[in-house]
Write a protein that binds this ligand. Sequence first.
Ligand SMILES: *Cc1c(COP(=O)(O)O)cnc(C)c1O
Length: 483
Amino acid sequence: MNTPVLFELSRPGRRGYRLPAWDVPKLDVQAVLPEALCADAPPALPELSEIDVTRHYQRLASKSFGVDLGFYPLGSCTMKYNPKVNEETARLSGFAEAHPLQDERTIQGSLKLMHMLITRLCSITGMTWGTLQSMAGAHGEFTGMKLFSAYFHSRGETGRRKLIVPSSSHGTNPASAHLSGFEVVEIPADRRGLVPLASLEPYLNDTLAGIMLTNPNTLGLFEEDILEIAKRIHQAGGLLYYDGANMNAVMGKSRPGDMGFDVIHLNLHKTFSTPHGGGGPGSGPVLVSSRLVPFLPVPDIVQDGETCRFSWDAPQSIGKVSGFYGNFGVLVRALTYILVMGSDGLTHASEMAVLNANYLMHHLKGLYDLPYDRVCKHEFVLSASSLKEDTGTTALDVAKGLIERGIHPPTVYFPLIVAEALMIEPTETETRETLDGFISAMKEIHDLSYGDPEKLKQAPMHTPVRRVDEVGAARNPKVCWNE
Ligand SMILES: *Cc1c(COP(=O)(O)O)cnc(C)c1O
């Protein structure tokens, strides 16, 4: 059952490729490198033939699940199909083989691409300018919080330490705020699943730094009081941070800049079509309103006529937030996607994402609980609470039942404000047939819960790995093959 690791397959002397014999003088490494830097023995790498390696990875790939294999409605994560043309552009040698320390004159195309991308992202979001350095959504949030701090510092308002974070926000929001030294104040969602205006009142004073908001929030619901929220926060001297990880809900429809936000991050690896399985690579550009432009990370990318260059001339900048200029390959994919789609295409993508989510919500709400029954945006949250009460099966069992049926489960047990949560995001790329297949699978699982709950508790029976010990994996992870 277990796939052997490459080290177990290794045989001394076996090779995939043999280099031609030396025909130049051998370099005496020990003579040029300080002894302390030289290893005593060569590294113990596995020795294999090419076909051993090819088959090994092919075996692993065939046991994995990915968005290219089946439906992947993982709420809040936007695992959508990624057009393959993006891969072609990202592999163009001028992009793929550029070095971050190359002279600016030799990487004009790359600079232009980054400049163009910031410009397009600003017009999509209604912001003034931005940076592409941050490598993930959470990294963008961290950068945004540094911008908040720098802004208040420049105004001598260092007493502004309180940051409002609604209970419906993504978990990274309070973490980023806390990590940046702000004091997080959590406010609960009301019965609509939205931020109640009245709950802001106690914090509208000179200790307020601002609010971090996701709109639509993690329940997939649009904060309809957003203009009033923005007005009140600004009147109190605070700033607004927009978590734009899921911009696919509103592209071409509404813009955070128009709603009054001061900082926003986007997840290019969600909305703008870069594959991000296994935790990377990501990119979380940060875009700001005009009053925060002076604090953006350096270097900036400026265009003078036909030429682009880096600019380090920003005395109030928070500095660098990554070694170089961001995850460049992701930027190429994102700009390709934006240009291929065009503004009508992006609007259409959002419309389809919202339509698909509402289609699923409509068909599933009779089978599972729907705690917030309103028109949703790109995702919605069901609850398996009644199912659990009636049959003893849980959201986790539903997820395992989906795996059995060749479907990646939705996000479960998040957001925390919904018990037995099943957070479903179909994305715009799925067909009616796929959505109907998912509805059937969810119905089958529902019926199985009532008919034969023990069977559902055994699922999955037919996958390479059955139920894993999740607690054990988290508490005592084994990260070495021969441990
Ligand atoms: C995914 C997500 C994040 C975090 O993004 P990472 O790239 O995983 O750091 C933040 N907020 C929301 C709403 C998200 O969906």
